[in-house]
Ligand binder design. Structure first.
Ligand code: ATP
Ligand code: MG
Length: 338
């Protein structure tokens, strides 16, 4: 693992074994998250974004989920000692992964009530996260830290809000409180799974700039999952585009937004609202996403691709990612040398 890398996913495959058959939610995915950078993961519904994030924390429900191949290497810094660990080799209920989950790597979701229980105050719930991971910290001190965290995320009168129950806060405030809980133990990596999708646009913009600011001041890395191109271009340094569990294209944000090479990325950019600027009509991507039981054996996008080369793209082999320029990876037969 290179020095500037915090997390490296190599050839991750996650399947769900269902009554109707096997669903490959993540298919041979490789991804690199650098220190102090934000990786945006974008893709249509069902492309495997959430399952990728769940795999990093080992919270994929098993069964029916099953990880068949791969490794997830993480540069842990527990107790100030840096060492590289393979998260996938840890048992989901082991002490090892519990030390990482919620401490070195934490996650925020679209719906704050998935993190907060309804029956306890915000302050007690944040304090509990702190005392779980840092048993030497006294409860009163943890509660004080919760007040500090809440004001860090822009909640005024934080000393009052610690005593509130989650349902007493507005949607935007609850989202801020969840971010505070996610940051409670100073994670090195924050996984954000569509945390602003349910909010109105102005609040969404505030939360995005808050997250960006916290990421910079706390020197964290972040994975930001979204369907939204404007959001990802706002917050990310790097982007990975996913389709049906596969990485299509990956690279730094400017390159991928301005010069997309994969036919799926090009079609996706035309089909979803982008940033402010020229107003153009959106064009839906032709065809429909194949059902999980009928995923093509060759390139997963071949059934909808305008540039499909028959006999190759719809053959038996998946394309291999190619580095077309420095750090810009494209997983498409059009760019393969042989
Ligand atoms: N717990 C589960 N049991 C069975 N199948 C699942 C489970 N979780 C995810 N899947 C399947 O895995 C695939 C990828 O799901 P995932 O939730 O990662 O998609 P996503 O990209 O996050 O989509 P969305 O944008 O809608 O959140 C989907 O086909 C989904 O049906
Ligand atoms: Mg999801």
């Amino acid at each position: 693992m290179k020095d500037d890398v915090l997390l490296e996913i190599n050839n991750l495959t996650v399947e769900f074994h269902m009554f109707e058959g096997i669903v490959k939610a993540v298919d041979n995915l490789s991804l690199v998250i650098k220190k102090n950078r934000v990786m945006g993961i974008i893709g249509e519904s069902g492309s495997g974004k959430s399952v990728t994030a769940q795999s990093i924390l080992r919270i994929v429900p098993t069964p029916p989920g099953r990880t068949t191949t791969g490794e997830i290497l993480f540069r842990s810094n527990e107790g100030g000692r840096e060492k590289i660990v393979n998260i996938l080799s840890m048992h989901p209920r082991s002490a090892e992964i519990r030390k990482i989950r919620g401490k070195e790597i934490s996650m925020i979701f679209q719906e704050p009530m998935t993190s907060f229980g309804p029956l306890d105050t915000i302050g007690r719930q944040i304090a509990e996260v702190i005392t779980t991971h840092e048993p030497e910290v006294k409860y009163e001190e943890a509660l004080q830290r919760a007040v500090g965290l809440l004001s860090d995320v822009g909640i005024s009168r934080a000393e009052k809000v610690v005593e509130d129950f989650p349902h007493q806060l507005s949607g935007g405030m609850r989202q801020r409180a969840m971010i505070a809980m996610g940051l409670a133990c100073h994670p090195r990596l924050l996984l954000a799974d569509e945390p602003t999708t349910a909010l109105d646009v102005t609040v969404q913009a505030q939360i995005l700039s808050l997250l960006r600011e916290l990421q910079v001041t706390r020197r964290m890395s972040m994975i930001y999952i979204t369907h939204n191109l404007a959001v990802v271009s706002e917050i990310a340094d790097d982007i990975t585009v996913m389709y049906l569990g596969n990485m299509c294209e990956s690279g730094d944000v400017n390159t991928i937004v301005k010069n997309p090479l994969h036919p799926y990325t090009q079609a996706l950019w035309k089909s979803i609202p982008g940033m402010v600027g020229e107003i153009t009509r959106l064009e839906p991507i032709a065809g429909t996403m194949p059902s999980m039981s009928a995923i093509p054996k060759g390139c997963v996008f071949c059934t909808r691709c305008e540039h499909r080369i028959s006999g190759l793209c719809d053959g038996d082999k998946r394309p291999e990612p190619v580095e077309v320029e420095n750090g810009h990876w494209v997983n498409c037969f059009l760019y393969q040398k042989n």
